[in-house]
Structures are given as structure tokens and as C-alpha cells.
Design a protein around this ligand. Structure first.
Ligand code: NAD
Length: 246
């Protein structure tokens, strides 16, 4: 991978929330960030605020053709992709026995197929250029389960296993792949899932006594995509204030 300044970093779901904080951190480290999101207007606005040559692009990670079009635009414009952060995700909280199979489809398509689609398209670019760093945003739900998030947990657990395998398959090309598992983190997604009082009860249960911020997750991603983490691959890192350990 090239030095940290001047890297080209694609961050999905970067128009807001955790993805936005990751985009900020990578831009501050000197990367040119591609803010890739379903919400094009917010992606373009975020890119304008980031500066450093950042661009906002519309993509639906659940759709392979949309991902291919975006990656070909990025390669046409910048000629390489050094960092891929698969952050786009979605969930709808409800007990599994009451859930609608149409929602399973949407949850798996966005969360799991989204990562497969981008990796299928970007890994050949990284292999060809002889290096790169992939960070997949999974969830502690995929490690320890989470009531009301059964299918999401399955998709996130799938991301963790997938990340380990692509780490093995691409290591010889100097491509690293790691999974970051946020615990409860203060974003619009958390607000849509948590009922009243959840924030307070979680803050009491979390050893560090607060729910996470998008910046907490961004710090871990910045490290794992930096040269400092060049010898770390296939790992799963929780950013959860100690809520989950091991
Ligand atoms: P968020 O809803 O605030 O932001 C998600 C972003 O992804 C939005 O900008 C949205 O437009 C975009 N997006 C959604 N579907 C997309 C698609 N198909 N294609 C492209 N972009 C799409 O969510 P967040 O809380 O910032 O979550 C970011 C990631 O962190 C997700 O993968 C989520 O599962 C994971 N996560 C979040 C928490 C939490 O508590 N917030 C906990 C664990 C894991």
C-alpha cells in the first residue's frame, strides 16, 4: 500500500453516522475519500465538507451492478483503491418469531451481500496493485447475539467469517482484511432500534459507562487501515466499551 497521505479510501454508508466519522478520520490522515452512499445528496455534501479531493457517489451496496459502476468510476478517476471500509448497514428490530421474511431478505442483502458485492469488485483492484486494506464493519450482535436482531446477527456473523477467509485468500497479495464490531453506538440506526430507556440501561451495563460514539469506531478503523496495522489481518475487534470481552 502507498503511504497514508494520498491513499484512495472508499467508505460505504459514509453520508452519516459511523461511516461519516470514519470518512473524517481517514481524510484527516491524508486520504482522498470516496463517500459512497444510497443517499447521494448527503454523500456529496459530506464530500464537500471533507475536502482533500473527496467525492460523493451514489451506490446501493445490495446491488452488484451498482457497486461495479461505482468502482469503475472510482478507478477511472483515481486509478487505484487503497482502503475499502464496508460500513453501510441496516436493521429493523423485532422478535424473530414475529418477523416478516421480506425483511430477512432486505437485511441479508444490505448487510451481507453488500460486503460480498464490494469485496468481489474491489479485491481484484487491490490484488492487481499489490496491496490494500479492507475493514468490514460487523457488529457485536454477530459475535454474541442481540435480542430483536436475529437475522441481522446472522448477517453480521457471516461478515466476520467471510472476513477471515478473504484475509487468508488475499494475504499473499499484501491485502489485509479485518472486522470491526461496534457495540451500541450513538447514531440514527441506534435511535431507530432502541426503545425508550435503552440508552440509559445500556450505559449502566457497559463497563466504560457510556454508549459508543461514531468517533470511537472511527479510531479503530483508522488504525486497522494504517501502516501501523500492516501485520494484522483476519482479526475481529470489538469497540464496545467492554460490554463484550474476549
Ligand atoms: P446509520 O443508519 O446512521 O448510517 C448508515 C448509512 O448507510 C446511511 O448513510 C445509509 O444511507 C447508508 N446505507 C444504508 N443502506 C445502504 C445501501 N444499501 N447502500 C449504500 N449505503 C447504504 O447507521 P450507523 O449506526 O452509522 O451504522 C454503520 C454500520 O455500523 C452498520 O453496518 C451497522 O450495522 C453497524 N453497527 C452499528 C451499531 C450502532 O449501534 N449504531 C452497532 C453495531 C454495528
Amino acid at each position: 500500500m502507498s503511504g497514508e497521505r494520498g491513499r484512495i479510501a472508499v467508505v460505504t454508508g459514509a453520508a452519516r453516522g459511523i461511516g461519516r466519522a470514519i470518512a473524517d478520520r481517514l481524510a484527516s490522515a491524508g486520504a482522498t475519500v470516496v463517500v459512497a452512499d444510497l443517499d447521494v445528496a448527503s454523500a456529496e455534501e459530506a464530500a464537500k465538507q471533507l475536502g482533500g479531493g473527496a467525492i460523493g457517489v451514489g451506490v446501493d451496496v445490495a446491488d452488484l451492478e451498482s457497486v461495479q459502476a461505482t468502482v469503475s468510476r472510482v478507478c477511472g478517476e483515481f486509478g487505484r483503491i487503497d482502503v475499502l471500509v464496508n460500513n453501510a448497514g441496516w436493521d429493523k428490530a423485532e422478535r424473530f418469531v414475529e418477523s416478516d421474511p421480506a425483511d430477512w431478505e432486505r437485511i441479508v442483502r444490505i448487510n451481507l451481500f453488500g460486503v460480498l458485492n464490494t469485496c468481489k469488485t474491489v479485491l481484484p483492484v487491490m490484488i492487481e496493485q499489490g496491496g490494500g486494506a479492507v475493514v468490514n464493519i460487523a457488529s457485536d450482535a454477530g459475535r454474541v447475539g442481540s435480542s430483536g436482531e436475529a437475522v441481522y446477527s446472522a448477517a453480521k456473523g457471516g461478515i466476520i467469517a467471510f472476513t477471515k477467509t478473504i484475509a487468508r485468500e488475499t494475504a499473499r497479495h499484501q491485502v489485509t482484511a479485518n472486522a470491526v464490531c461496534p457495540g451500541p453506538t450513538d447514531t440514527a440506526l441506534f435511535a431507530s432500534i432502541g426503545g425508550p430507556g435503552l440508552r440509559e440501561s445500556l450505559a449502566k451495563a457497559i463497563p466504560l459507562r457510556r454508549i459508543g460514539t461514531p468517533e470511537d469506531v472511527a479510531g479503530a478503523v483508522a488504525f486497522l487501515t494504517s501502516g501501523e496495522a500492516g501485520y494484522i489481518t483476519g482479526q475481529t475487534l470489538s469497540v464496545s466499551g467492554g460490554l463484550t470481552m474476549s
